[in-house]
Ligand binder design. Structure first.
Ligand SMILES: Cc1cc2nc3c(=O)[nH]c(=O)nc-3n(C[C@H](O)[C@H](O)[C@H](O)COP(=O)(O)OP(=O)(O)OC[C@H]3O[C@@H](n4cnc5c(N)ncnc54)[C@H](O)[C@@H]3O)c2cc1C
Ligand SMILES: Cc1cc2nc3c(=O)[nH]c(=O)nc-3n(C[C@H](O)[C@H](O)[C@H](O)COP(=O)(O)O)c2cc1C
Length: 564
């Protein structure tokens, strides 16, 4: 393949090379080939390029992007590059036009959206007419192929930077949850592009441990409604016996893909005139149509993008709205079976739902527990339920349930001697049951303070007996309860924080770690505003200084949120 004299030069090069040099050359060539094969207009850096300063920014929800950005920054520093590492939320947007080399590691959340910490940056580049002609950049996008809009937010940022005049010097790399290998290859590629051509780029060590999104199987041991008679809510405590290897830590959650309701599947098949037993090829498997509609494809609350495609197939005008497949088939019927087959092709997979683990590996060995609130809402005055929470609320003992462990690298317990304040109303209690049980089982010496709230003391005090036991045994030093509807005025956890301002501040200023879990809106916002008030009043700080103090808490990893 290689003609003389290139072959001779090549042989000379490899004959005299050390093993290390051979590995380096191998990686370098792989990087070059990868760059070309993406066809993304990649500029491969000319040898001799000297880059001494880069910025590495990350946008994360559960810490994976931060971890990778930090690893990349360390590698770049080792290669002699000056690195500014920062979260996208901390980044000064005015610096963007001044940047020369910028690398972004970010995940996708929601339905193809940027993580909350990247939102400000994302909006900034989309809403402003920026000129970024000086900027050279690369994006490493984290995502999960179980979601229909895989790595969409990272992809958006990559495209938008290009649109604003910046030069993409490495192709966009999208990574699934088993990101280690792809991320390492991308780091290596970036370092090669930045290299000064003298070969002083570190050779990536073969990855020792790959993180795969592995599905585990659990058997439902129990499913108990924690709310008592008279409650307007249903919160299910579900215990699973799990197989070996399904390791988790307090603060992690598990992902579950719910099944669709059987009667809806039957009605869909009837309306489409299709045979549920007919076998279909789906993602390399041959399975029945009934099974695909039952537990693979999303058939409820279809996103507008799917409804649009449906409208094209049936050649009928359909308003831009979210709607169930059953209603679509009723109102805008398919003509025949072949049209229905086309409809099957446009349906997206059922996305997993996450549930915070409420058990502790130390206290509940061989089990994983979750705390699931039945999601109720009204559509045209008809009461409806969320797909997964309803599926789980009805799940019977002995049922086999598949799940995966979603690691949260940030929402983790501190050293045993540190004090911990936990604010978790409603299902926000889940990770804190895990935290407290773990601290109890491991004899952690730090103090624990729990803030819990719900509607009524008598019917909605989740895990009441356990919490009271922990108070009696001294595991919980403080418990502050807020039952919003037991008096004429509403009482929430933030009111309890304020009531105990002095002690709260004494814990916080004494180095306590503060955790918040549960509803993002309005709970976590109200809690944060109250926190700022306490810092300002008790700490004698101006509004600006209180904000700076809060940022410092975040930087130190002492203010952590897991809100949804
Ligand atoms: C990190 C993390 C941890 C979490 N931990 C917990 C936990 O510990 N406990 C817990 O209970 N939850 C937890 N959640 C939330 C959980 O993942 C689910 O989002 C929740 O259970 C709702 O899912 P669902 O399938 O029941 O509802 P979905 O079917 O997904 O519906 C969600 C919403 O979509 C709308 N909707 C759905 N269908 C229709 C329709 N046909 N018409 C109109 N509107 C519709 C409604 O507004 C509904 O409320 C967590 C989430 C995250 C991200
Ligand atoms: C609620 C939720 C929604 C998600 N939505 C998407 C999505 O639309 N597209 C995607 O590719 N990944 C999606 N993901 C997967 C995350 O991007 C993936 O787990 C990533 O590794 C998280 O990285 P982080 O810890 O840096 O946030 C979603 C994850 C969660 C928890």
């Amino acid at each position: 393949m290689l003609a003389e004299p290139k072959l001779k030069t090549f042989q000379e090069l490899i004959t005299n090379a050390s093993r290390e040099e051979l590995i380096w050359m191998n990686g370098f060539l792989a990087g070059l080939v990868l760059g070309e094969s993406h066809g993304n207009g990649v500029e491969v850096a000319p040898p001799g390029l000297k880059v001494n300063k880069i910025s590495v920014l990350f946008g994360t929800e559960t810490g994976n992007s931060k971890k990778l950005a930090t690893e990349f920054a360390a590698k770049a520093k080792k290669a002699g590059v000056n690195v500014k590492l920062s979260g996208l939320d901390q980044y000064r947007l005015n610096d963007l036009p001044k940047e020369e080399y910028l690398f972004i590691v970010m995940s996708t959340q929601g339905d193809g959206e940027p993580p909350a910490t990247a939102k400000k940056f994302y909006d900034h580049i989309f809403q402003n007419k920026l000129s970024l002609n000086k900027l050279k950049f690369g994006v490493l996008a984290l995502g999960d192929t179980s979601y229909p809009l895989f790595c969409k937010a990272g992809e958006d940022v990559d495209h938008q930077l290009l649109k604003l005049g910046a030069s993409r010097i490495v192709p966009l790399q999208k990574c699934d949850t088993d990101y280690t290998e792809e991320a390492n290859a991308w780091f290596f590629q970036v370092l090669n592009v930045l290299a000064d051509g003298n070969g002083n780029v570190p050779v990536p060590a073969a990855s020792k441990k790959h993180k795969h999104k592995k599905n585990y199987s659990g058997i439902v041991i129990s499913n108990t409604n924690l709310n008592d008679t008279g409650s307007g809510k249903q919160t299910h405590h579900i215990e699973l016996a799990i197989e070996d290897g399904a390791d988790y830590e307090p603060g992690d959650s598990i992902g579950i893909v719910p099944h669709n309701k059987k009667d809806i599947v039957t009605n869909i098949l009837a309306l489409a005139g299709a045979d549920g037993e007919s076998q279909i090829d789906y993602k390399g498997e041959r399975i029945s149509l009934k099974q695909i509609l039952g537990n693979r494809l999303n058939i409820v609350h279809l996103p507008e993008r799917v409804v649009k495609k449906y409208s094209t197939i049936v050649k009928q005008e359909i308003p831009d709205t979210r709607i169930d497949l059953l209603d679509l088939l009723r109102i805008y019927p398919v003509k025949d079976e072949s049209q229905f087959e086309k409809v099957l092709e446009i349906l997206e997979p059922i996305v997993p739902r996450l549930y915070s683990v409420s058990s502790s590996p130390e206290a509940h060995s061989g089990e994983v527990h979750i705390t699931v609130a039945l999601d109720k809402f009204n559509v045209n005055a008809e009461e409806k339920f969320g797909l997964c929470s309803e599926y789980l609320s009805k799940i019977e003992e002995e049922t086999e349930l598949e799940f995966y462990v979603h690691k949260n690298l940030q929402f983790k317990l501190p050293a045993p001697e540190r004090d911990v304040i936990m604010i978790g109303p409603g299902t926000g209690i889940a990770p804190f049951r895990s935290f407290i049980a773990q601290r109890d089982a491991t004899g952690a010496s730090g103090r624990n303070w729990l803030f819990f709230g719900d509607q009524h003391f008598t019917s909605d005090f989740l895990y009441q007996t356990e919490i009271q036991n922990w108070v009696q045994t001294g595991v919980l030093s403080n418990v502050s309860l807020a039952f919003s509807r037991d008096q004429q005025w509403k009482v929430y956890v933030q009111h309890k924080m304020l009531e105990h301002s002095k002690e709260f501040w004494s814990w916080l200023s004494g180095g306590a770690y503060l955790y918040v879990c549960g509803a993002k809106e309005p709970m976590s916002k109200d809690v944060e505003n109250t926190l700022l008030l306490i810092i300002s009043r008790q700490g004698g700080k101006s509004e600006a200084d209180a904000l700076a103090y809060l940022e410092q808490l975040k930087d130190e990893g002492r203010y952590l949120k897991d809100v949804y």
